[in-house]
Design a protein around this ligand. Structure first.
Ligand SMILES: [Zn+2]
Length: 265
């Protein structure tokens, strides 16, 4: 079994402030270490369920947070960014049996994580077909396109609630709850136990039930914090400026939506 793990940091237990997510800050190391341990727990769960090949995308900021030495030998770690529009699931393809998300966070436009955002913190929110779009759903639709089931997610409680609404068969492990600019976090070692057990359970279920249905057509809406960004994006082919800070783009092909997001977000 070949498994893909996409890992972010804003949904790792304990992480509360942007400083803790930035490699240039001294406090980053402690939280990058917990990110590594949570990814390792997911690897151990996957291996217990029969995974023999695991690809991991370090998908936060510089893409250089995870310590590969602390992960099992049957893992490949994707560091940095190729520029491909698959972004946080770069190199995902039809040969993978399952997709796992670790350390994921609530979307821009929601109040369930102090660090809520979608792709770029300079964006207020992204909507897809009228609904607030999270990085989870954005990348899950790529997996749907490739027929790879999304089996597990750990992160903040607000995002786990969203995942359960998208498909109740996806196993979720909430490791923290956001309240205003604060977070209520479970113990770091408990998070590891729950992630390991949750991933193992998720891969032992009928993972075909975890497929997420792709809509037949898409209307993308991006609301920027600065009107100048909306103006610039309005020059992309087929983009409409809806108001001084908001643009929209329609297409039936999700690959064109994700390509647009990579240039506009
Ligand atoms: Zn991040």
């Amino acid at each position: 079994m070949k498994v893909y793990i996409s890992a972010d940091i804003e949904g790792v237990t304990g992480v509360n402030h942007w400083d803790e997510t930035e490699k240039s800050e001294a406090c980053h190391e402690e939280f990058a270490h917990q990110m590594t341990l949570e990814v390792n727990a997911a690897c151990e769960g996957a291996i217990n369920a029969g995974a023999d090949e695991i690809w991991i995308k370090d998908a936060h900021d510089s893409g250089r947070n995870i310590d590969h030495n602390l992960l099992p030998k049957n893992t490949k770690l994707i560091r940095g960014w190729s520029g491909h529009f698959y972004s946080m699931v770069q190199e995902l393809d039809e040969t993978f049996d399952a997709l796992i998300f670790v350390g994921y966070h609530s979307a821009g436009g929601t109040n369930t994580n102090p660090l809520s955002h979608t792709m770029n913190p300079q964006i207020d929110y992204i909507r897809l077909n009228g609904q607030i779009l999270s990085e989870f759903l954005l990348h899950s639709y790529i997996a749907s396109y490739l027929n790879v089931p999304v089996v597990f997610l750990s992160g903040d409680l607000g995002l786990c609630d969203e995942v359960n609404k998208v498909n109740e068969n996806i196993v979720t492990v909430p490791v923290k709850k956001g309240v205003g600019d604060s977070t209520i976090n479970i113990h770091p070692q408990l998070a590891l136990e729950l992630i390991k057990g949750g991933v193992e359970k998720s891969l032992n279920k009928n993972i075909q039930l975890c497929n997420i249905q792709l809509p037949e057509e898409f209307e993308l809406e991006i609301r920027y914090k600065e009107h100048s960004n909306a103006f610039r994006s309005s020059l992309y082919p087929d983009v409409e400026l809806m108001d001084p800070k908001t643009i929209s783009f329609r297409n039936k092909d999700y690959m064109e939506i994700i390509r647009a997001i990579s240039f506009l977000a």
